[in-house]
Design a binder for this molecule. Structure first.
Ligand code: 4G4
Length: 247
C-alpha cells in the first residue's frame, strides 16, 4: 500500500511515522508513506497557502490551487482514494479502517484554517472523513490516527499474537478485562477462572465480560454485534429491558 499525506506541517508526522509498528511496517516494505509539503505549491515568495473567505467572515481558507497542484504532483493510480480529514466527514470506525486497508493507494489531505476551498472536494476528494465530533486545529492528527489504524490491519504488520482478529471491535463488542502477574496486587486478586486452565470456561467468562461491559458502557453497539442465543440469554439476565427489546 502507498500512502501520501499532504500537509502544511510535515514535521508533525516525524514522531508517529518513525516509531514502533508503523516504522517496522515501512522497514518491511508493507507500506510506503510519502509526505508532501503543500506549501511547496504556493506561488508567491511568502509561500502563502491561505486567503480570505469570499462572502466575508472570520478565518482563512486553504487556497484551491495550492491543494490541487500538490495532489497533481503525486503519482496517482486511477483507483487511489483521496481523503480529506474534516469534521464534516463520514465518521471513522473499525469497519471503515478495514475498508481502507483493502485499498492500494490512499492520499490524505490535511485541512487547516477554517477549512478548504469547496471546489477541491468537487475536483479531487473521493471521501471526506472525520475521527469524531470535535474540532482540531488541523487535519494532521486525524490523518495520523487513521494511518495508524489502517497500517496495523495490513497483512504481515502485526504478529499472530497481536492479530487484528483479537481486537475488541472485531466482534463489535468492547474488550474483556486483562490480567497479568502477580496473582495478587495491592490486595486485589485475579479472577480465579483465569487461573483454572479451563480454556472453554475462560472463553465463556471473557465473552460474558465483553457483553456486560458493552451493555453498560456502549449499549448501541449491541444493535450491530453478531450475538449468539447464549449471548442473548446472558444479556437478558444482566438487563431485563434487553430481553424485551432484543429477544
Ligand atoms: C477541514 C475543515 C478534522 C479541516 C475544517 C479536521 C477535526 C477533524 C479542518 C477544519 C479538523 C475531525 C479547522 C475545523 C481541520 N478538526 N474531527 N480541523 N477545521 O476529524
Amino acid at each position: 500500500m502507498r500512502i501520501d499525506i499532504l500537509t502544511l506541517f510535515p514535521g508533525m508526522f516525524t514522531g508517529p511515522l518513525t516509531e514502533s509498528i508503523v516504522k517496522r511496517a515501512q522497514a518491511k516494505g508493507l507500506v510506503d508513506i510519502h509526505l508532501t509539503d503543500m506549501r511547496d505549491f504556493a506561488h508567491d515568495k511568502h509561500r502563502t497557502a491561505d486567503d480570505r473567505p469570499f462572502g466575508g467572515g472570520v478565518g482563512m481558507v486553504l487556497r484551491p490551487a495550492v491543494v490541487f497542484d500538490a495532489v497533481q504532483s503525486i503519482p496517482r493510480e486511477p483507483q487511489a482514494k483521496v481523503l480529506l480529514t474534516s469534521p464534516q466527514g463520514r465518521v471513522f470506525d473499525q469497519k471503515y479502517a478495514v475498508e481502507l486497508s483493502e485499498e492500494t493507494q490512499l492520499v490524505f489531505i490535511c485541512g487547516h484554517y477554517e477549512g478548504i476551498d469547496e471546489r477541491i472536494k468537487d475536483l479531487v476528494v473521493t471521501e471526506e472523513v472525520s475521527i469524531g465530533d470535535y474540532v482540531l486545529t488541523g487535519g494532521e492528527l486525524p490523518a495520523m490516527v487513521m494511518v495508524d489504524s489502517i497500517i496495523r490491519l495490513l497483512p504481515g504488520v502485526l504478529g499472530k499474537a497481536e492479530s487484528p482478529l483479537q481486537d475488541s471491535f472485531y466482534e463489535g463488542l468492547l474488550d474483556y478485562p486483562h490480567y497479568t502477574r502477580p496473582e495478587e496486587f495491592q490486595g486485589l486478586s485475579v479472577p480465579t477462572v483465569l487461573l483454572s486452565g479451563n480454556h472453554a470456561e475462560i472463553a465463556r467468562w471473557r465473552r460474558k465480560q465483553s457483553l456486560y461491559r458493552t451493555l453498560v458502557r456502549r449499549p448501541e453497539l449491541l444493535d450491530k454485534a453478531p450475538l449468539t442465543p447464549e449471548d442473548r440469554r446472558w444479556l437478558a439476565e444482566f438487563d431485563p429491558a434487553f430481553a424485551r427489546s432484543y429477544n
